[in-house]
Ligand binder design. Structure first.
Ligand code: SAH
Ligand code: SF4
Length: 384
């Protein structure tokens, strides 16, 4: 497929390798696949097994700097520190809720952008929710991230760094990080190559060995990349934000529905299931009175009939800038029952961290507002 034909927004700045002293060096250690690190070692006359030692230090030991990877000779650690900055992100604000079961961290990038990542502990797993862009160009009518427009794509290293930092925080609580969802800020299929590079780096058995089946990529419906994902070697899960079974309503909620309407979207998902044999999940943000009527449920059921799928109903997490409301439990359960009666498996996902604005982009937006109000970014409290 010719991806040049696909209208994806231009990132304003892509943090890829930058030229320094005539050589290309990456912005941070998390940017590099193992084979690229081996190349780095080779170019400097170092044995390539050093790259594997380094990878283990970064992804298994979860070191926070080269000096913690004592198995490497000092000479090599110094050369690395000179060439490849270790850290990609600086945590600047943290909020935890649900009795410490949900943690949200606001990070700052090297160029001063902010993004957010959420860590959620469940009885049987710990899940990190990763951002792939600062802002988002899709502009869904109810989403805090959409309000910002697209600032820029995140690099693979900036995504990997979110996962590693959260893996460290999980380890501090005696828990392994088991799952990853691309459900933070941004549209993963508008930053496809970097997201796939992130998967490759995390998946490497010499590093974290993060199973692709434990990774879920959520898209608002960028159809060509659903087809592309179907051809990837990675067995990642696909989630599609559908939010309506009717084109007119969906185009209001998710503007890119005008470009790829439901028939095309469902067609691509059908092809994806045929090729991969994998179940697709649908996300449906429940906006009271907007997409929560019985007819909305029946229309959705008609669209999804016969698909190997599952629907996750997400009661709306209120964002001050928008007029939408979260429906009551009775409305939610009634909607779910209509889907189930039509043979569509449906689960209600009461989102974590409502009181810390855990829906994607909300903390960032509040942080920006706090800064505008002249508060101190380091100490300003967002949760009062
Ligand atoms: N950009 C991707 C990932 C977004 S976050 C996508 O749109 O699929 C994961 C889900 O949360 C999406 O379905 C998104 O539409 C939904 N969402 C965003 N803001 C929300 C809010 N305030 N309340 C409930 N769901 C929300
Ligand atoms: Fe972007 Fe997803 Fe928010 Fe829509 S819901 S604006 S695609 S981040």
């Amino acid at each position: 497929m010719d991806t040049n034909e696909i209208a994806t927004p231009e990132p304003q700045l892509v943090l890829h390798p930058v030229a320094r002293r005539g050589r290309f060096v990456p912005r941070n250690i998390y940017e590099l696949r193992l084979d690229e690190l081996e190349g780095w070692c080779h170019d400097r006359g170092e044995a390539t097994y050093r790259a594997r030692q380094l990878y283990r230090g970064v992804y298994q030991q979860l070191a926070t700097g080269y000096d913690e990877i004592q198995v490497l000779p000092k000479r090599l650690r110094d050369a690395l520190a000179e060439d490849v900055p270790f850290a990609a992100l600086t945590p600047i604000h943290e909020i935890s809720t649900d009795d410490g079961e949900t943690l949200k961290v606001l990070y700052q990038t090297a160029d001063g952008q902010t993004l957010e990542t959420v860590l959620m502990f469940y009885s049987d797993r710990a899940t990190v929710c990763v951002s792939c862009q600062v802002g988002c160009a899709v502009g869904c009518s109810f989403c805090a991230t959409g309000l910002m427009g697209l600032q820029r794509n995140l690099s693979a290293g900036e995504m990997v760094a979110q996962v590693v930092d959260m893996a460290r925080r999980a380890r501090d609580k005696g828990r392994p990080l088991t799952n990853l969802v691309m459900m933070g800020m941004g549209e993963p299929f508008h930053n496809y190559d970097n997201v796939m590079k992130m998967v490759a780096i995390l998946h490497d058995p010499m590093g974290m060995g993060f199973g692709a089946r434990r990774i879920t990529i959520s898209t608002s419906g960028v159809v060509p990349f659903i087809d592309k994902l179907a051809t990837e070697p990675w067995q990642v899960n696909l989630a599609v934000s559908i939010h309506a079974g009717d084109d007119e309503l969906r185009s209001e909620l998710v503007p890119l529905n005008q470009r790829w309407p439901l028939a095309e979207l469902i067609g691509a998902i059908r092809r994806y299931i045929k090729i991969t044999g994998r179940r697709v999940s649908f996300e449906y943000a429940m906006l009271n009175g907007v997409n929560t009527r019985d007819d909305d449920a029946r229309q959705l059921a008609r669209r999804l009939r016969g698909l190997l799928c599952h629907v996750n109903l997400i009661p709306y997490n209120p964002t001050p800038a928008y007029p939408y409301e979260r429906p009551g439990k009775d409305v939610i359960e009634r909607f779910a029952a209509i889907l189930r009666d039509a043979g569509i498996p449906a689960t209600v996902r009461y989102s974590r961290g409502v009181e810390i604005a855990a829906a994607c982009g909300q903390l960032h937006v509040e942080h920006a507002a706090t800064l505008r109000a002249g508060a101190d970014s380091a100490s300003g409290s967002l949760d009062d």
